[in-house]
Design a protein around this ligand. Structure first.
Ligand SMILES: *Cc1c(COP(=O)(O)O)cnc(C)c1O
Length: 341
């Protein structure tokens, strides 16, 4: 297979149209067989549920080339399960787990020429999503849905290495208690846009959101979970029912415990205790871990001992081990690496 002629190492994190995408429609209570199509456009009725009441959920994962030349994805079963949870919360039909994995496999295979070569730092980003496609005007779930998977090659999240970022404690809330913070829904992102644009204007890379009820506990950023490292190298991650369960974060905690022999803890983390941690990182599929060097809380600066030049030592160990597992340099736990071809 001939790879596309792209400047792989200089791709942005943006959309590039690839050859094929997967489509399946839900109608009269059942999903159809689904198929790949070359048509990148969607034609919907003007009153489709997704347009009127934002009935849509999504997932995000990556396909990449390992050192020995295989095209693989990382733990797609967890994306499948999470999308089912997201769909149920928005009264949408579940797209079955086995079908989800098969659809990801088919879509990546059909776009194999777009999967960046090993060593480029780039990956093929995979975006499964589902939306209400039939007309809705009185507030109710749609009767019909479309499930799709698009892929787009994206560059390394950090060009020239992962530099620690500065983030701010946001005055906005991301998720309400008993709301939708724990599901991957577009609506959580729509309401975060004003907060992130504002933070960027003020010179911050990201927002740290606190729990909406008391504004004393750390939740997450707009699209990544926190991990903190204590001075005695314990890995701590905030526990809350309104945090999106990041697959990267869950994998890092497993790696910390099983590969690095570190203690791990998932518990409530107060903003008050954050200055006591030695390192801080953000976890998500896009960057795996982004180091946080500084958190600004209304003028008060919380600076981590790891500084603004490089990742903290434990964060780096976690990052190197997880990316080593992903790239096939380190043996993966059973079932983590899904080989496409
Ligand atoms: C997708 C997402 C994450 C990261 O999850 P991963 O499975 O690690 O990519 C974190 N927070 C939010 C709000 C998200 O939408």
């Amino acid at each position: 297979m001939e790879k596309k002629n792209l400047d792989w190492s200089n791709l942005d994190f943006g959309y590039i149209q690839t050859d094929k995408r997967y489509v399946s429609n839900f109608k009269d209570g059942a999903w159809d067989d689904g198929c790949l199509t070359s048509d990148a456009s969607i034609v919907l009725n003007e009153c489709a549920g997704v347009f009127q009441y934002a009935q849509t959920v999504f997932e995000g994962l990556k396909a990449y080339t390992t050192e020995d030349g295989k095209i693989v994805t990382f733990r797609p079963d967890l994306n499948a399960e999470r999308m089912i949870d997201s769909a149920k919360r928005l009264e949408m039909p579940a797209f079955p787990k086995e079908r989800f994995i098969d659809a990801v496999t088919q879509t990546v295979k059909a776009n194999a020429a777009w999967v960046p070569p090993f060593g480029s730092g780039a990956t093929l980003y995979i975006r499964p999503y589902m939306f209400g496609s039939s007309p809705v005007i009185g507030v109710s779930p749609a009767a019909e849905y479309q499930f799709r998977i698009l892929t787009t090659p994206v560059g390394p999240y950090f060009k020239g290495g992962a530099k620690p970022i500065t983030i701010k404690v946001s005055d906005f809330d991301r998720a309400a208690p008993h709301g939708t913070g724990h599901i991957k829904a577009g609506l959580n992102y729509a309401m975060s846009l004003h907060a992130i644009v504002t933070a960027h204007e003020e010179g911050y890379a990201e927002n740290m959101y606190l729990d909406a009820a008391t504004r004393t506990k750390v939740e997450e950023t707009g699209g990544a979970n926190f991990i903190f490292i204590t001075k005695d190298k314990k890995v701590v991650t905030p526990k809350s029912s309104s945090i999106l369960p990041s697959i990267t974060r869950r994998s890092l905690l497993y790696v910390a415990k099983e590969y690095l022999g570190l203690e791990t803890e998932e518990r409530e983390v107060t903003l008050e205790e954050v200055p006591e941690f030695a390192e801080c990182g953000l976890c998500g599929t896009a960057a795996v871990v982004s180091p946080v060097g500084k958190i600004v809380d209304h003028g008060r600066e919380i600076c981590f001992a790891s500084g603004m030049d490089e990742m903290g030592p434990v964060t780096k160990q976690l990052y190197d081990t997880l990316t080593g597992i992903q790239m096939g340099r380190i043996e993966a736990p059973e079932g983590w690496i899904h080989v496409i071809e």
